[in-house]
Design a protein around this ligand. Structure first.
Ligand SMILES: [Zn+2]
Length: 347
């Protein structure tokens, strides 16, 4: 009975399409509150640094990405239940319009209907590139200031939330239909890597193995390599065959360039949030939970004190402040959720 755990959510919606339904989320929060002491991330960090695990199970609640739903539903519910949580924001996703939209408080006060809050939430939004067409799914600066004053504290999820090609370049597919790229949100970041124009220009688009922007060196295929691949693909050669028959070197970023890129990204996010919220940002959760020893060193240099992963474990005396474990919350299955609670309570 000495568990310390961090749970993480993403989106919470009325439809339940992308994350738990609001009504279900409220139940989850009530159950957590009933059986555990809810603590904030400063408390968790202190416990890890001093190696003092709690006598009764403690749980910290976090959210990744900064969806509008966190302002609309989550913060009002947290405030009603008198518990605090943290949301990790990727600053490139902040909705640029200076607006404060409707939330549950407005609904409870009769100022709007639930429909005025609800928005269509496509799946895997967290994987989308922050083009303006999706940005209204995220919180604005005004909304971030509002939740920070309330019960949902803001910390960093880096600036970019994208995947880049890993080195060495490993060909995994060739999209032959631009619609497929649009349809599979997972690959929308190709726009970011290739540039919007090339995605539009090429009917065929070679796809290489991805990793998080913060994990790896960036390698970009050269134009003539892309053309070679497309040419062979059109001739009916399969992916494995193409990979074997041509050497794809690409342009590879040096280690120094990679460190500089990651450093700039992490400082950018930190400074933007600090000036907006007038507080120190010291907690960082890695996008996609992907990181490397280089990104850890870089985050320390950028001034972050506690780094959060998605290693699905409870925190122990042996946990590192630079690789803090977090457990994802089952989105729909109440049985699984209760199983998780039992696991935390009787660990
Ligand atoms: Zn994320």
């Amino acid at each position: 009975m000495k568990t310390l755990c961090i749970l993480y959510f993403h989106n919470v919606t009325c439809s339940g399409l992308d994350g738990p339904k609001v009504t279900y989320f409220e139940k989850q929060i009530k159950l957590l509150k009933e059986y555990f002491k809810i603590v904030d991330l400063d408390t968790v960090a202190e416990r890890i640094l001093s190696k003092s695990m709690p006598k009764q199970p403690e749980v910290a609640i976090t959210f990744d990405d900064g969806f509008y739903s966190n302002y609309a539903y989550v913060e009002p519910i947290l405030r009603k239940e008198r518990i605090k949580a943290t949301v990790f924001i990727s600053t490139s996703h902040i909705y640029e319009k200076r607006v404060k939209r409707y939330n549950l408080f407005d609904y409870w006060e009769g100022k709007c209907s639930l429909k005025d809050i609800e928005q269509p939430y496509p799946n895997s939004l967290g994987n989308r590139v922050s083009t303006s067409e999706y940005k209204d799914h995220y919180m604005s600066e005004e909304e971030l200031m509002e939740i920070e004053k309330g019960n949902l504290k803001v910390e960093s999820h880096g600036h970019e939330h994208i995947k880049v090609f890993t080195a060495p370049l490993e060909l995994i597919d060739v999209w032959s239909d631009r619609v497929a790229i649009e349809k599979y949100g997972r690959y929308v970041w190709l726009k970011k890597i290739y540039g919007e124009n090339r995605v539009r220009k090429y009917r065929y688009l070679p796809v290489f193995k991805f990793a998080s922007f913060h994990k790896t060196n960036i390698t970009k295929p050269l134009i003539y390599e892309l053309e070679l691949i497309i040419d062979l693909y059109k001739k009916g050669r399969n992916i494995k065959d193409i990979q074997k028959s041509i050497e794809i070197k690409g342009y590879s970023e040096s280690m120094e360039e990679a460190k500089k890129r990651i450093y700039n990204d992490l400082v950018n996010s930190k400074e933007r949030l600090e000036s907006l919220l007038n507080k120190k940002i010291i907690h960082l959760a890695w996008p996609f939970g992907e990181y490397s020893s280089i990104s850890i060193e870089t985050a320390k240099k950028a001034g972050y004190l506690a780094l959060y992963t998605t290693k699905k474990k409870a925190i122990t005396e042996n946990s590192s402040i630079y690789e803090i474990e977090r457990i994802s919350v089952p989105k729909k299955d109440i049985e699984l959720f209760i199983k998780l609670l039992k696991m935390i309570a009787w660990n």
